[in-house]
Design a binder for this molecule. Structure first.
Ligand code: FAD
Ligand code: SF4
Ligand code: SF4
Length: 511
C-alpha cells in the first residue's frame, strides 16, 4: 500500500509499541520508507486493556489517541541510524560451569574471549556437586572443562581477578580489571553464580560437627568420610522462609541423590527426609520414587511447626510433628543433613551499577523480560546466565549459558551495528556548557568538553552510542539547547493541540 498510494507517513493503531513498533518500522523500511516516518497509537495497553469495562469511553479515547498520532505524524522527519563499529570480543565474568561453557562456545564460533574468574581455580559450584542423578561426577567434568578453557587459544583466562569498572556501550565496552589490565570487548556475559546458604545456627549447624549442609555431606560421602547407620535430612533450610521466600529448586533432587547413594552403600541404613514439599519437578520425580522404593522414609511437617534438634553425646535427636497424624516422632541420627538453599554473592551487587542492570530484592540479577528476553538485560550487549540469575540445575545453567552466547553472537557476528536514531541532539549555538544536563543522564551519555572551534567555550557532548533517547536531559536544559529527535517540542505540542481540540469539540456538543 505504501508503494501503491505513494504514502509518506504510516500510523498504526493497535497493539503495543514495546513489541510491535520495530516490526512495523522494519516493514515500512522494506517498502522504501524511512522507519522513523512511523507513529503508533497504543490503543491496546491504553484503551482496551485498562478500560475494558468502559467501552464507549475507551472508544472515544482511542479516537483521541489516533488523532494525536496523526497530528505528530505530520511533523515527523526521516532520521538516520548511526553506524557503530563492533569490537568482536567478549567478556565473560565468572568461570563456573556457565561461564566456562559460554567462553568455549564463543571461542568455537571464532570469537576472542576474556574470561574473568576471581578464585584460584575455574569451576565454581560444579566442583562441589560430586553426584548427579544421571550418575555423572560434575567435579570431573569441571576439571575437563577447565583444561579445555585453558588450552583454547581464543580464550584469555584472567584468574584471581575481578572487574573494577566498565565503561562504554554495546559493541565498544572498555573494562578495567582489579590488576590494572584494560580489556576491550563488544559484549558482556554475566555468570558470577551463587553459593550455598550457610545456616546461622539453625538445627545445631556449626555447633554439632555431624550437622552438615547437603554440599558438605556430599563432599564427605565422596571422600568416604561418612560412617553411620542413621541419617536425617531437613529440607528448605534457608529457602521458602520469611526474608527469602523462593524455592531453591535443586535441593530436593540433591537430597534424593544423596539418600539413594546412602541406601545403595548401606541398604540397612535408616534414612529420613523431613519436608514441607518435595519439589523434584519434571522427570526428576523418578528419583523421589526411587528413594521411596529403596526404603527412605518421608515425613511431612507443617510450615510453622519446625523440627527440633537436640545433640546428645553420640547421636543427634530430631523431634518432628508428622503433619498426617499430628503425632510427634523422635528420631535419632548419626548425621543431620540440611538441604540448604542457593543464595547470591553479596559482592555481585557492585557489578549492577557498572553494567547498569537491575537485581531482584534477593540479590540475583533480573532479566529484561521473563518470556521475550530471558537472557538479555535492558542494557544492550549485556547478557546473563546461570546461578547469578537464580537457583537452577547444572544442565539448566549450561543451557542458559548457551542461550546467552547465541544472543551475544547477534552482536559479535557483525562488524558494525546500527544505533538508535531517536537520540538527544545539541544546538551548539544555544549550549553554554553549564553541565546541568550531565547528571540527569542515567546512561552516562553526556560530558562537558571544550569547543573545538572556540577554546574559551564549553559544550556538552552527546555520545550517541550510549544515548537511549529517554529525553531526561532535554527537560533539564535551561537554554533549550538539547532536543530529542523524534520528540521535538513542535511534535509534542501538535499532539497536545489535537487532544485539546477533541475536548473543546466535546464541550461544544454538550453546550
Ligand atoms: C547448594 C547448591 C546445590 C546444588 N545442587 C545441585 C544439584 O544437585 N544438581 C545440579 O544439577 N545442580 C546443582 N546446583 C547448581 C549448579 O551447581 C549450578 O547450576 C552450576 O554449577 C552452574 O553454576 P554457575 O557457573 O552459574 O555459577 P557458579 O558455580 O557459582 O560459578 C560462578 C563463578 O563465578 C566466580 N565469581 C563470582 N563472582 C565473581 C566476580 N565478581 N568476578 C569474577 N568471578 C566471580 C565464582 O568464583 C565462580 O567460579 C547446586 C548449586 C548450589 C549452590
Ligand atoms: S528444592 Fe525442595 S528443599 Fe529446596 S527449597 Fe525447594 S522445596 Fe525446599
Ligand atoms: S536523551 Fe536520555 S540517554 Fe540520551 S543523553 Fe539525554 S538523558 Fe542521556
Amino acid at each position: 500500500m505504501i508503494k501503491e498510494h505513494n504514502l509518506n507517513r504510516v500510523v498504526v493503531a493497535s497493539c503495543t509499541p514495546r513489541t510491535h513498533e520495530p516490526l512495523f518500522q522494519n516493514t515500512i523500511k522494506e517498502a522504501g520508507l524511512n522507519p522513523y516516518l512511523f507513529e503508533m497509537a497504543n490503543i491496546r495497553d491504553q484503551c482496551s486493556w485498562i478500560h475494558m469495562h468502559e467501552i464507549d469511553g475507551a472508544t472515544k479515547k482511542a479516537k483521541d489517541l489516533v488523532r494525536m498520532a496523526v497530528a505528530k505524524a505530520r511533523l515527523l522527519e526521516p532520521l538516520e541510524n548511526l553506524t557503530i563499529d563492533v569490537d568482536q570480543q567478549a567478556l565473560v565474568i565468572g568461570g563456573g560451569a556457565t561461564g566456562m561453557v559460554a567462553a568455549l562456545e564463543l571461542a568455537k564460533q571464532g570469537m576472542k574471549v576474556h574470561l574473568v574468574e576471581r578464585e584460584i581455580e575455574l569451576g565454581g559450584n560444579m566442583r562441589k556437586l560430586h553426584y548427579l542423578t544421571s550418575g555423572e561426577d560434575p567435579s570431573k567434568l569441571a576439571e575437563a572443562l577447565s583444561k579445555e578453557v585453558n588450552s583454547n587459544s581464543n580464550i584469555k583466562v584472567h584468574m584471581q581477578t575481578s572487574v573494577k569498572s566498565i565503561d562504554g556501550y554495546v559493541g565498544n565496552f572498555k573494562t578495567t580489571l582489579d590488576n590494572g589490565e584494560r580489556v576491550e570487548h563488544g559484549v558482556v556475559i554475566l555468570a558470577v553464580g551463587g553459593q550455598e546458604y550457610k545456616p546461622k545456627g539453625e538445627y545445631l549447624y556449626g555447633v554439632n560437627p555431624n550437622v552438615l549442609t547437603l554440599l558438605e555431606f556430599k563432599e564427605k560421602l565422596k571422600k568416604d568420610e561418612i560412617d553411620g547407620d542413621s541419617y536425617v535430612f531437613i529440607q528448605c533450610v534457608g529457602s521458602r522462609e520469611e526474608g527469602y521466600p523462593n524455592c531453591s529448586r535443586v535441593c530436593c533432587t540433591g537430597t534424593m541423590t544423596a539418600a539413594i547413594k546412602i541406601k545403595k552403600k548401606s541398604p540397612d541404613a535408616k534414612v529420613f527426609v523431613l519436608f514441607r514439599d518435595i519439589r523434584t519437578y519434571g522427570f526428576r520425580e523418578a528419583y523421589y520414587k526411587e528413594a521411596a522404593d529403596s526404603g527412605v522414609t518421608f515425613v511431612r511437617f507443617e510450615d510453622d511447626v519446625r523440627p527440633i534438634v537436640r545433640g546428645t553425646e553420640n547421636k543427634l535427636g530430631v523431634a518432628v510433628t508428622d503433619e498426617d497424624t499430628g503425632k510427634e516422632i523422635t528420631l535419632t541420627a548419626d548425621y543431620l543433613i540440611l538441604a540448604s538453599g542457593t543464595r547470591p554473592y553479596a559482592e555481585s551487587e557492585a557489578l549492577a551499577p557498572m553494567l547498569k542492570v537491575p537485581m531482584t530484592k534477593e540479590g540475583f540479577f533480573l532479566e529484561a523480560h521473563m518470556k521475550l528476553r530471558p537472557v538479555d538485560f535492558a542494557t544492550e550487549g549485556v547478557y546473563l546466565a546461570g546461578l547469578s540469575h537464580g537457583p537452577k540445575f547444572l544442565e539448566e545453567s549450561i543451557g542458559q549459558g548457551l542461550a546467552a552466547v547465541s544472543r551475544a553472537m547477534t552482536i559479535l557476528s557483525k562488524k558494525t551495528l546500527e544505533a538508535e536514531g531517536i537520540v538527544a541532539n545539541l544546538d551548539e549555538t544555544l549550549c553554554d556548557g553549564c553541565g546541568i544536563c550531565v547528571p540527569t543522564c542515567e546512561y552516562k551519555a553526556l560530558e562537558i568538553i571544550i569547543d573545538k572551534k572556540d577554546e574559551k567555550k564549553k559544550l556538552v557532548d552527546v555520545n550517541v552510542g550510549l544515548c537511549k533517547g529517554c529525553g531526561a536531559c532535554v527537560g533539564a536544559c535551561p537554554s533549550g539547547a538539547l532536543t530529542q529527535k523524534g520528540f521535538r517540542d513542535e511534535q509534542i505540542v501538535a499532539m497536545i493541540d489535537a487532544a485539546l481540540e477533541s475536548t473543546t469539540e466535546e464541550q461544544e456538543v454538550r453546550q
